[in-house]
Design a protein. Sequence first.
Length: 420
Amino acid sequence: MSTSTVSATSAAPKGGGRRKLTLPWILLIIAGGLALISLVRVISGAEDLTSVGQVSGALQLAVPIAMAGLGGLWAERAGVVNIGLEGMMILGTWFGAWAGYQWGPWTGVLMGLVGGALGGLLHAIITVTFNVNHIVSGVAVNILAIGFTQYLSNFTFDKAEGGSSKQSPRIEPITEITIPGLSDWLATLQGKHWFLVSDVAGVLGGLVTDLSLLTVVAILLIPATWWVLWRTAFGLRLRSCGENPIAAESLGVNVYKYKYIAVVVSGAMAGLGGAFLAIVSTGIYQEGQTGGRGYIGLAAMIFGNWMPGGMALGAGLFGFTYSLKLRGGAENVHAMLLLIAILLVLALAWQLYKKKYVQAAVAAFFAVAMFVWYALTDSVPSQFVEAAPYVTTLLVLALSAQRLRMPKADGMPYRKGQGK
């Protein structure tokens, strides 16, 4: 099969002036965001915004979401909508904990992958072979995963020493990495509270302090996915199934096979995120511990425009805001009001430049409201603190909606030979 022919078939349409979220753009966004957060830290006095502990916590919270988002990316690039990511994560938590407490954490990781992959296989059979609506199938997988793991827990964890019907015995932790000398130096530099310099030190310190080996593996899977899907013939064929499966079939691509592979890998990625929750984040399986992270991972993937780098940014954003809530509570979230106000002012300037005066007026109104709220209060209600990570996710999705382009055949029914 001609690679160039499939490339032409599966290429995205060129939008007027639309820029891809390439690595330089991602780095620029990160640098700009860090500078803004540093400014807010200096003004508000919320010194924990970019501390080593905050960054380390944010990374640990972001990894399961990123793995779910990566799983969604694999499936949807092949044209299969995967609402079942939550259920596949649940299977990953249970199988990871079940194997982990008996045979060690790395065996747990492997079984977490297997558990999630089984959920992906079920979703593939329902959607690809039987052509059932993808949303209906995903919801069914989620419901089945909840019931199945509850049933298994009743006669496995409930009879194990230290376990119960709702949680597993404790799992041995995976080795953590701290770079001696560098970690202490960065922590000291972060403690100086200098503008930007200390913030960079805090971010780097969080990446070299108490870093689980599984976190390293998960991070490496993001560029690995980009390379496989965008730099190999296999990835090109897989993506062609999500753009135009009829044309791909006419060029000799086994569309069913690639869809099956993509959805099984999708489940395995989500299962890895679930295993991370059970083995690294908590060291124990608990019923309901995924907490909707599969859905948030799906939102992160959409924010990232079905690209690995953008998806990682979305997962990092949620992990950062959630870590703020856990570590500093009302003080940190109060400081974020100022950050949101500044971002709205930048949005106002951009809308005025684009001569979109209605959107500019809306941005101006909310910017003033945020500035007033920040200036007249010293903290925010506890209910807002709890909701802040989810509200942030919704706002970011709403603001980024105009530049999104999903795979053209994503979620569309396909039958072998229908193009003849």
